[in-house]
Design a binder for this molecule. Structure first.
Ligand SMILES: [Zn+2]
Length: 286
C-alpha cells in the first residue's frame, strides 16, 4: 500500500482559497461598498432578507463517455460512464434545481451542460472550487424504492484499488471541516427530501465493494477528491431508476426535495446567512 498525499491537504488549501473568495465577496457587501458597487441595488433600509451571494455547484450524474483516468492530485481511479436514461433524468432534475436556486437568489453552476459532455470528476470539483461554491450536489437516480439516500463526506472515508503504477493504494478523506459542513448540508437535504418524497431518505455511507471496474470503498470519488463540502444524492424508484429512468412525477418530487433542502442549507450556511451577515451591524449599533 502506498501512502499518497491525502485529499485533506489539498482540500485544506482549497478551503482557504474558497473562504478567501467568499470573504472578498461578502466584504464587498457592506452597506457602503454595496451601494457604491451596485447603484441600482435596493436601499439598505428596505425590508426583507438580504440578497444571498452564495454559489451552489450542481453535478448532473454520469459522464457522456466511458472514462477511466487517474486523478492527478490524489491518484484515485476516476471511473465514470453513461448510464442510459439516468443521464437525461439527472440533467433535468439539475436544471430544475438550478432554476429554483436562481429564483431564491442563489447562484447555481452546472458542472455538466449536456448528457454528452465528457467531464472528469477532477474537472468537476475544480470547477466547483473555482466558482467558490459553498456546496456541491451530485444528482443521481437508482433502481429500488429503498435506494433514496444522501451520502456525505466523512473523515476516514476512502477508496482502495490499483493505481497508475500498478500498486495497490488507498486514498482517504481527512478534512474534518469539509466533512462537518457536508454532513450539515446532507442532514438538511435528507430531511426536505423525506418530506417531498413521503418516505425516509437516510444519510449513510455508500459501498463500492465488489463492483467491477471501480475501486472498493465507501465514499464516491467526486466527494473524496472535492475541495468543497459535497452532498451526493441518489433517488430510488420502485418502477425504474438508474438506466431505466424515472417518471416526470418522480423527477418533480426529487427536484422539490433537493431545492428546498439546498436553499435551507445555504440560508443557514455561515458564509451565506443574512442573519450571520447582519450580526456585525447589529453589534456596532449596540
Ligand atoms: Zn448514477
Amino acid at each position: 500500500m502506498t501512502s499518497l498525499p491525502g485529499p485533506g491537504r489539498t482540500a485544506t488549501a482549497a478551503a482557504v482559497s474558497a473562504t478567501t473568495a467568499l470573504c472578498a465577496l461578502l466584504c464587498s457587501l457592506t452597506p457602503a461598498a454595496g451601494a457604491a458597487m451596485v447603484p441600482t441595488a435596493a436601499p439598505a433600509a428596505s425590508s426583507g432578507p438580504a440578497p444571498t451571494t452564495c454559489t451552489v455547484a450542481i453535478d448532473p450524474g454520469h459522464n457522456g463517455a466511458v472514462t477511466n483516468t487517474f486523478d492527478p492530485v490524489t491518484g484515485v481511479l476516476m471511473a465514470d460512464y453513461p448510464n442510459g436514461a439516468e443521464d437525461a433524468d439527472a440533467l433535468d432534475v439539475s436544471r430544475t434545481l438550478a432554476d429554483r436556486l436562481g429564483a431564491a437568489g442563489i447562484r447555481a453552476v452546472l458542472l455538466k451542460d449536456a448528457t454528452t459532455d465528457d467531464v472528469t470528476y477532477r474537472q468537476r470539483v475544480d470547477r466547483a472550487r473555482d466558482a467558490g461554491a459553498v456546496v456541491g450536489v451530485s444528482v443521481h437516480t437508482t433502481p429500488g424504492a429503498d435506494g433514496s439516500a444522501i451520502f456525505p463526506q466523512r473523515t476516514g472515508g476512502h477508496r482502495t484499488g490499483t493505481g497508475a503504477d500498478g500498486t495497490e493504494r488507498t486514498v482517504t478523506f481527512d478534512n474534518p471541516g469539509l466533512a462537518a459542513e457536508s454532513q450539515r448540508f446532507s442532514a438538511v437535504v435528507a430531511a426536505s427530501r423525506s418530506l417531498a418524497e413521503g418516505r425516509q431518505v437516510p444519510v449513510k455511507d455508500n459501498s463500492f465493494d465488489a463492483r467491477p471496474g471501480l475501486w472498493a470503498g465507501n465514499l464516491p470519488v467526486i466527494s473524496l477528491i472535492a475541495d468543497t463540502p459535497w452532498v451526493y444524492s441518489e433517488f430510488g424508484s420502485a418502477a425504474g431508476g438508474g438506466a431505466l429512468g424515472i417518471s416526470a412525477a418522480e423527477k418533480a418530487r426529487y427536484a422539490d426535495g433537493l431545492a428546498a433542502g439546498v436553499i435551507a442549507g445555504v440560508a443557514t450556511a455561515p458564509q451565506c446567512s443574512p442573519v450571520t451577515g447582519s450580526a456585525g451591524s447589529v453589534g456596532s449599533i449596540g
